[in-house]
Design a protein. Sequence first.
Lengths: 425, 277
Amino acid sequence: MAKIILIGANHKTAPVALREKLSFSSEETIAALEILKQDKDIKESLIFSTCNRTEILYIPEKGDQVDKIIEFISRQKKIDISEFKSSLYVYKEDEAILHLFKVASSLDSMVVGEPQILGQVKQAYRVAVSNNASGVLLNRMMHKTFNIAKKVRKETGIGDNAVSISYAATELANKIFSDLSQKSVMLLGAGEMAELAVEHLISNNVRQIIVANRTFKKAVDLAGKFNGKAVKFEEREDTLQDVDIIISSTGATDYVLTETQVKKAMKKRHHNTLFFIDIAVPRDIDPKINNISNAYVYDIDDLKNIVESNIEQRGKETVKAERYIEEAVVKFRKWLESLAIVPTIKALNEKMSSIVDIECKKTLSNLKHLSQEDINAIKRMTQAIATRTIHDPILFLRNTGDHRDDSLYLNVTRQLFNIDKSEKE
Amino acid sequence: MNLQTADIILKITTMLYFTSMAGYLLFLFKQKSIYQRTAFYLITTAVAFHLVSMIIYTMSTRSVPIQNLSQSLSVAAFFLGSMFLFFQYRFDLKILGVFASVLLFVIMLAVLIIPDAPVENNAILKGFWFYAHIILVFTGEAALALACGAGILYLLQEKGIKTKSPGFFFKRLPSLDLLDNVGYTCLATGFALLTIGLVTGFIYAKTIWGRFWSWDTKEVFSVGSWLVYAALLHLRLYSGWRGRKSAIMTIIGFLIIIFVFLGVNMLLGGHHQDFTK
């Protein structure tokens, strides 16, 4: 029976410097797949490489070919084996299937539940298919992978919770305002933190971004980056009238916005909602502002708390997801086992016999005048026809030739005779 | 077509309302859209059946079914259901269905339990102004009930965000802005309908009793609740009473309406008494 092997390194086993060295660009992937395809010892292969992982999934012709693949990586990436061998993991059989299912379902990601990974896996599969590197086993396995990843996303809450500060802030903003594209953001302080925080909001296309900073030039620079507007730091109080979300990250030791200032601004803006995100330490926004109606203040600790409780929630969902995945591995394993020669021949014989039985019963029940001997003769004859019919196909399956792929013909046979129908969904 | 048919259809309607509530509660907990869709179809069918039942009743008795408490509540439920369908269509605020279906359940349960008091044909409960008064007041109050529902949802969501502990409702409810907006639209619609409803009531009173205003207890309380809503709208438009305060006021306003609808007749009497006997 064919073996499934997966060799790789990810963010848990290798530092980023090493991951960079091991990663395959799309051109490199195509070139590498081409070489693996020429290799007589490798039947099928697929290379999956993102910034967090590089993995090679393959089906060897004989043996496990692990050393060969490690050498191959070393040659392709021009990196010494000793440098990366200790960071590699090698999974075989069920472990390999389990790992792939987990990766695609985003259980193995740096941020568990992040949605991009499935698309990346699909892309890797497309590349393998279009270069004819994958075959019947990997194709089937990848399709099962997509199914399980979709199921995990749909049936568990794994992708539901915001687990980064920036994302949590955006989620809150979305629960306060109905349409962020109509809302304006003011950045207090032009530091890197501010930039990181608005990253998500900007991908939500807010209406306008206004930057206020003590050094005006820096405000202008940052505003230029976001196509926004720069104002003097002293203008921040008046600007409260025109914005809805305030993100503050100044290095000030005292509050840069006080309760009285915001109360005054609230009146001018007809008590339309204000959302303050304070990521500065020490804090910039007076926490008492949260007591003003229609004003909401979240500081860095509040956001961290939300993220933590979300991570906890995600942990619970992970358990559920793992159960689905283990079930899927068992199912796939069953299919793999059925893809051997003996069970296929057995299933084929059973199918033919059952057809013969059914047809004999139908016909003989209408032929009451026949003697028992006649009936037996007819039964023998029909059975013989069936056996002869599948005799040659079975001979062929037993010996498909030296360089042919058994699993391919077995798969075709199972499909032609519709043997797997119980497994189809 | 007779009273019995109307009654059977009303029973079916009640069952539909009940199952629709079950659907909405499932939707609240499981968050699967299939539950919401099913519940929505159920409530739509229920409203249609309800209308058929009322039409049959009206045709067979030659009078509208609002002559005792059970009938009045049933009519109120019908208008609440219709108003909900309208606002659902307008805002697609699916979660409001949880509130509407639970309220419908409570009303219809009351309709089932309260004995159907004998009805004598009352000649004065007819005419254009009478029907206009009834329809406008009932639709107005239904809209105000939904405003109360939106207010409750707003308070639930607001509490989570304000106290920085987003919990069960955080994901299930839409944004504060949207809830406030829905509440306001329901409020404004309800207020407008109620205003015209009261005016038509005065005109009707004039045609029957010869005077617009007769210090009937229900008249007094109705105008009282109208003033509460008028004050709320004024505060909202001119003093920025939006969000939490506005939500609390719509809930208080609706409680007053419930009192005016039930309490005044039962406790204080007056010429509206017949509708709730």
